[in-house]
Structures are given as C-alpha cells and as structure tokens.
Design a protein around this ligand. Structure first.
Ligand SMILES: NC(=O)C1=CN([C@@H]2O[C@H](COP(=O)(O)OP(=O)(O)OC[C@H]3O[C@@H](n4cnc5c(N)ncnc54)[C@H](O)[C@@H]3O)[C@@H](O)[C@H]2O)C=CC1
Ligand SMILES: Nc1nc(=O)c2c([nH]1)NC[C@@H]1CN(c3ccc(C(=O)N[C@@H](CCC(=O)O)C(=O)O)cc3)CN21
Length: 290
C-alpha cells in the first residue's frame, strides 16, 4: 500500500524504523528484530540505508521481507551522498523489481572522511526525488527539520529549500527527531504558511541509553529541553531506569501529538523490539493500527 494513502486515516497510527546490519553476518539478528517489531502490526515499517552504499542490498532485502513475508507496508530509505548516479539508478531498479512502492529520498549524512559533493553524485535530495519520480510510480517521502537543518545558515533558507524539494514530487514528509513538541507545531505552522501541503509525519526517538545522546545531538543538532536533561541526569547511569524513563518520555510526546490532532507518528525504534513493544503497550487503547 502507498504510504500517502495510509496517511489519510483519521485515527492514531504508529510506524517503526529498523536499520540493516553493517555486515552480512548481522543479517539474522536484524531479521529477528524486524519480525518482532512487525508482530506489533505497525502501519508501516521503514528500513534505513547505510552510508557508502554497502548495505543497499540489505535495505532492499529487509524491505521486501517486511512486505512479502510479514504482509506489512514497507518504506525503503535511499540516500545519494555516497553513491554514483549509476548506483542509485540500479537501486531504484531493484526496488521496482521487488515491487517496493514507498521510498524515502534522502541526501544522507556526509561521511567525515569524504569530499562533498563528489563528481557524478547527486548533491541535494531534490535531485534524487526527480530521479525516482522519473523511474516509476513510487510514493516518495523526504526528510524535514523542525529545528532547521544543521548545515542551513538560516531557517528561512531551509524551509525555502524544503518547498523546492516537495515541489519536485514529494508525497509526504517525515521529521528529524525532536524532544519538544512546540517546536514541531511551530514548524508545521510555518511550512503550511508557505504552501507546503503534503502530510508531515513527526519522528519520535525514544532515548533509552544515557550514552546515546552525544551521537543523537551530533546527528540532529537538536536542543534538549530541561525536562529531558533532568531525566538524563537522574537516570542516565542506570540502564533499566533510563529505558523506562525514555519510553515514558516518548509515550508522553506521542500522546500530546495525537491529542493535538496528529494522526500518524513514526518511532525511531532502531532494531529494539523491547522499546517498540513497550510503546505499543502504553498506547494500546489509543492506537488503531491494523
Ligand atoms: N530524517 C531522517 O529520517 C533521516 C535524515 N537523514 C539526514 O539526511 C540529511 C540530509 O538529507 P536530506 O534532508 O535528504 O537533504 P536535503 O538535500 O534536503 O538538504 C540538505 C541540506 O542542503 C540544503 N539544501 C537543500 N536543497 C537545496 C538547494 N536546492 N539549494 C541550496 N541548499 C539546499 C538544505 O537546506 C539542507 O541544509 C542528513 O544530514 C541527515 O540529517 C539521514 C537519514 C534519515
Ligand atoms: N542525521 C541523521 N542521520 C540519520 O541516519 C538519521 C537521522 N538523522 N534522523 C532520523 C533517523 C534516526 N536514525 C538513527 C540512527 C542511529 C541511531 C543510534 O543511536 N545509533 C547507535 C547504534 C545503535 C545500535 O547499533 O544499536 C550508534 O551509536 O550509532 C539513532 C537514530 C537514523 N536517522
């Protein structure tokens, strides 16, 4: 099913994300996590794409497994920063061959050791959107940044670039993680004002380990509200307490989003079935998936 049609539902829905193994040796354990998360019947599951193109095969394989073996809608990420245009074209062909109809078109993170942009590579996600669109009848998602993208000097430029990207044929947007919902509500207001009308799915990251935060801040440049820092300060060193507090914080954010009229939330569950299960349990009378 196309995600743009799932997003027309008017009741609360949850989707989850998994990431492919870094090496083929990790495939079985990722598959097992995928199956356990799939058993929760999320409205769709997304599969990230490793930098360097090394795991593109695994992204396609896991997305196919979700669709064909678990009977769920899958969303395959495709990033273009580290792959030649020819490689990207081959991956799009693979997605087509496997009847994967939902693709998240991303530029992706710039690898630390590499030049940017590389010759014969796409520079921005909008170019990838155009390429995917020209190749078939895909439902195309893209990323957006409620706090502004880290590389953008001004938030206004970032929103202008977002409008340009959406106008190339984006069917829905998914947000970078945030820990303060008012930032998301303000962002939604600003993008609607400049004429971005596609559905926007907020992305929520349950932070369940104290040491995750450094990496998350580097990835997203997100501001941490005091309430969240207090949780980290108090429970960051106690793994079980931190997991419980992180799940509660994410649950609270999700309930507030639903209460404010949002019908779909994407959870960055990152191959952790225990976290995904706890969140679904907390929302068992609220979420109407399936
Ligand atoms: N939210 C998610 O699910 C995921 C996000 N990422 C992110 O991917 C990021 C970049 O990917 P996208 O958002 O797809 O990239 P993008 O190409 O849409 O934007 C990247 C940067 O380039 C600027 N930009 C975009 N179009 C431009 C244009 N036409 N002219 C001038 N500047 C322009 C943007 O303002 C932004 O600062 C990474 O930094 C990472 O944060 C990676 C994986 C998953
Ligand atoms: N800049 C950026 N890059 C991404 O790849 C990305 C985003 N933002 N935002 C949305 C999602 C969230 N993503 C991620 C990716 C990794 C971790 C993470 O914590 N990784 C751990 C290892 C996890 C493990 O192996 O269990 C790390 O230390 O890398 C979290 C969120 C991927 N996506």
């Amino acid at each position: 099913m196309k995600i743009k049609d799932i997003l027309k539902e008017k009741t609360p829905h949850i989707s989850f994300e998994v990431f492919p193994p870094k090496t083929d040796a990790g495939f079985a354990s990722v598959l097992s996590a995928t199956d356990q998360i799939g058993a929760l019947k999320p409205s769709y599951m997304s599969v990230t794409y490793g930098a360097g193109g090394g795991t593109s095969k695994n992204t396609v394989n896991i997305a196919s497994h979700i669709k064909d073996d678990l009977g769920l809608t899958s969303l395959a990420h495709l990033t273009c920063v580290s792959s030649t245009k020819e490689h990207v074209a081959r991956v799009i062909d693979e997605l087509k061959k496997n009847n994967i109809e939902n693709v998240l078109a991303l530029r992706g993170d710039i690898p630390k050791e590499s030049e940017f942009p590389l010759p014969n590579h796409y520079r921005y996600a909008y170019e990838l959107v155009e390429e995917i669109k020209s190749k078939g009848d895909f439902c195309i998602g893209a990323a957006c940044y409620p706090e502004g993208h880290m590389e953008a000097e001004h938030k206004k430029d970032d929103i202008y670039n977002l409008k340009k990207k959406v106008d190339c044929g984006v069917d829905f947007l998914t947000t970078q993680m945030f820990f303060d919902n008012t930032i998301f509500y303000n962002f939604l207001y600003r993008i609607r004002e400049i004429g971005i009308t596609v559905p926007v799915v907020p992305g929520i990251m349950p932070v369940t380990k104290g040491n995750q935060m450094k990496r998350i801040s580097e990835m997203s440049g997100t501001v941490l509200p005091q309430r969240f820092r207090d949780v980290l300060d108090r429970f960051g060193e106690d793994p079980k307490a931190m997991q419980q507090a992180g799940i509660a914080y994410a649950t609270d954010q999700i309930i507030d989003l639903f209460a404010n009229g949002i019908n779909h939330v994407h959870v960055y569950s990152m191959n952790n079935p225990a976290v995904a299960t706890a969140i679904m349990h907390n929302l068992s009378d609220i979420v109407k998936n399936g």
